[in-house]
Design a protein around this ligand. Structure first.
Ligand code: MIC
Ligand code: SF4
Length: 642
């Protein structure tokens, strides 16, 4: 039986386990990336492991999230990450060099390699045929130290792309269509593999838009074959030797198939507040807008920017709209500047931002109250923009630029003929903003520089046999890590200060949660389906750990968050009968009897609701390794014990 492309790469990197869907497998990781919002924690954990140098083929530390330096904290974190990177054999991409995923695709990604990143959009690398996955910082720190990365073996979904996109319809519309079909929980436990004759009509940046936003499906990763188009992209980046042709076997067997006829797609938008709340732009109609933001790791390539510049050329942004544009990397920004496209954007009234995440993570450009913001980004969760009552629509660069000119949501097909974009044959190569690490000799005298905002990582405690605690919070379906641990300009600088961060935990749902938790000495959280979807941030587990949360009981979990809970020593449990969710109210006293015995040996545990007297069965879906980590009270204790 033939293999799919993802299965081939997994097979080549398999350290342990069998490739049976749902069973735990261990993978060798070739490359890692970190960004600064998760990186400080990841490097604190790496430093705690006492390993001299990283053991990967390549590790890169990017500074792209916390670039708004409103106080010393972010600059201190940058300095800390730089000092660790230089000492430990990691390349350091300086602030201004660009968004990690865009730069990694341009300068470092290699088809067929595994990439683990402390950011959920690491699957962007699937655009050139990498097996690229997001994970919590601790898992990335372990991989940097040469450790194995563990995941449940995913099932493989084939997305067959047929035909060619019509004018004004973009790669973003393909992934929005996949989201419409599969939903934000439809990809959990799955790898999405793209194939079909439509693949060869898509450039690498277009493929990367699709694999990037596969994160919003909850998928483990997404991947495209590596073909002539990949080869030309790598050659244009002066990296022809990185190319290897890769594709699925003709007789590969997939677990599911979705067919998308590209010529039938129209411009789409994800409406507030979920990336799968998708409708066609035509159907939504000409709603008034206040803001347009173009950029982020989803849509900030040179190709995207040239399209935007061509639409804006000779026009002026509508008076009711504020337009911001953040090109994805220094390479993109420089090339735009050199060919005049940047001048067209500026002349039209665009507010040019540095090459960084910026508004995507609420680092500035929050919309006005009740504002309507069109963004080429990948997430439109409530409050993520920094304005609690704003409504964010996710759209393609074409829709964004056309709407910025008109002042209302615009189907770009109404603009007439689509401008032709001619891509340069060679990208401009200048890696002067990537610092090479010290040699082993130099490294021995380099000190790691800790700022005063860097506080120690909270530690769990070994699991006791009975947990009796209050249901300190009950939430519904699709709770994101942005609900659990919000980001944004006011909070992000404290990513290395868990005690301070804890004041904002669950702030979007219930501002009293942190105080309640402290008063009760912790407790148990009750959640709905797909709990913890979204980002890889382990802070969404570390902060609840700090607040004394011992277990989370839900209808189902998102993959990365479940792994982060286990790493933090918080037990993830699911209702055997999802209807039992209704039988627990916030503030009920709950009791998990014989829980350490259950974690040791059983697939179920019993929960007694002491307030109502009812008992329910909960499921424990855990690998042997995860059981041992939980018993030890988290990964750091487990590693120290072993
Ligand atoms: C995001 O898009 O939410 C982030 C910020 O990039 C996160 C990582 C983080 O929280 O630092 C992600 O997607 O993993
Ligand atoms: Fe940065 Fe936004 Fe991409 Fe996250 S999704 S890496 S915040 S640009």
């Amino acid at each position: 039986m033939g293999l799919t492309l993802a299965q081939k790469i997994i097979k080549e990197h398999l350290v342990c386990g069998e490739m049976i869907p749902g069973k735990e497998i261990g993978l060798r990781i070739d490359q890692t990336l970190t960004q600064d919002a998760t990186g400080t924690m990841a490097y604190l954990q790496f430093e705690a492991m006492n390993i001299d140098r990283v053991k990967t083929e390549l590790s890169v530390a990017y500074i792209d999230h916390n670039t708004l330096q409103n106080g010393f904290e972010n600059a201190d974190d940058h300095r800390f990450i730089q000092s660790v990177a230089q000492k430990r054999g990691i390349r350091f991409s300086r602030p201004g060099n660009g968004i990690c995923h865009q730069v990694h695709l341009e300068r470092f990604g290699i088809p067929g390699k595994t990439l683990l990143g402390s950011d959920s959009h690491t699957p962007t690398g699937g655009g050139i045929g990498m097996l690229a996955m997001g994970a919590g910082g601790l898992d990335v720190a372990v991989a940097m130290g040469g450790g194995t990365y563990y995941i449940p073996m995913p099932t493989i979904v084939k997305v067959e792309l047929k035909g060619k996109l019509s004018p004004w319809v973009a790669a973003k519309d393909i992934i929005l269509e996949v989201l419409r079909i599969m939903s934000v929980k439809g990809g959990v436990g799955k790898i999405i593999e793209y194939c079909g004759d439509g693949v060869k009509t898509l450039s690498v940046p277009e493929r990367a838009t699709i694999t990037n936003m596969g994160a919003e499906l909850g998928a483990t990763t997404s991947i495209f074959p590596s073909d002539e188009i990949t080869k030309n992209f790598l050659a244009a980046q002066n990296r022809a030797d990185a190319y290897t042709p890769l594709s699925a076997d003709d007789d590969a067997v997939y677990d599911e198939t979705i067919v998308i006829e590209l010529d039938k797609l129209a411009p789409l938008a994800a409406m507030p507040h979920m990336p799968d709340n998708v409708k066609s732009v035509e159907e939504i109609g000409k709603i008034d807008i206040d803001q347009v933001c173009i950029g982020s790791c989803t849509n900030s390539s040179l190709f995207d920017m040239l399209k935007v510049a061509a639409i804006l050329k000779g026009k002026t942004v509508a008076p009711n709209v504020s337009l911001s544009i953040a090109p994805g990397s220094k390479q993109v920004l420089t090339m735009l500047a050199e060919n005049g496209a940047l001048a067209d954007m500026i002349a039209a009234g665009a507010r040019i931002l540095e090459s960084a995440c910026g508004p995507c993570i609420g680092m500035g450009q929050s919309p006005n109250s009740k504002g309507v913001s069109l963004r080429t980004f990948n997430r439109n969760f409530e409050g993520r923009s920094g304005t609690a009552d704003a409504g964010v629509y996710l759209v393609s660069p074409e829709v964004a630029a056309a709407s910025a000119i008109n002042g209302y949501l615009t189907d770009p097909r109404t603009l007439g003929e689509m401008p032709e974009i001619i891509m340069p044959e060679k990208f401009l190569i200048n890696d002067n903003m990537v610092l090479m690490p010290d040699s082993c000799e130099e490294a021995s005298s380099r000190t790691v520089l800790y700022g005063p905002n860097i506080k120690s990582v909270p530690l769990g405690r070994a699991l006791e046999n009975t947990i009796e605690a209050k249901a300190v919070l009950k939430v519904g379906d699709n709770i994101t890590t942005d609900h659990i641990m919000p980001a944004g300009a006011k909070i992000l600088p404290y990513r290395s200060n868990v005690p301070y961060l804890s004041k904002f935990c669950f702030g979007v749902c219930d501002t009293e949660f942190p105080d309640r938790c402290k008063k009760e000495g912790g407790g148990i959280i009750i959640g709905g389906a797909n709990y913890g979807q979204g980002s890889s941030r382990e802070h969404a587990a570390l902060v609840p750990l700090y607040l004394g949360v011992r277990a989370v009981i839900t209808k189902s979990f998102a993959r990365m968050h479940k792994a982060n809970l286990i790493n933090s020593g918080i037990i993830p449990l699911t209702f055997k009968n999802p209807d039992d969710y209704e039988k627990i109210s916030q503030s009920d006293i709950l009791m998990l009897k014989n829980i350490s015995d259950a974690v040791k040996n059983e697939n179920t545990a019993v929960l007694l609701n002491k307030t109502t007297g009812e008992e329910f069965i909960l499921e424990l879906e855990l690998s042997e390794r995860a059981r041992n980590i939980l018993l030890a009270g988290g990964m750091l204790n487990y590693t120290a014990n072993n």
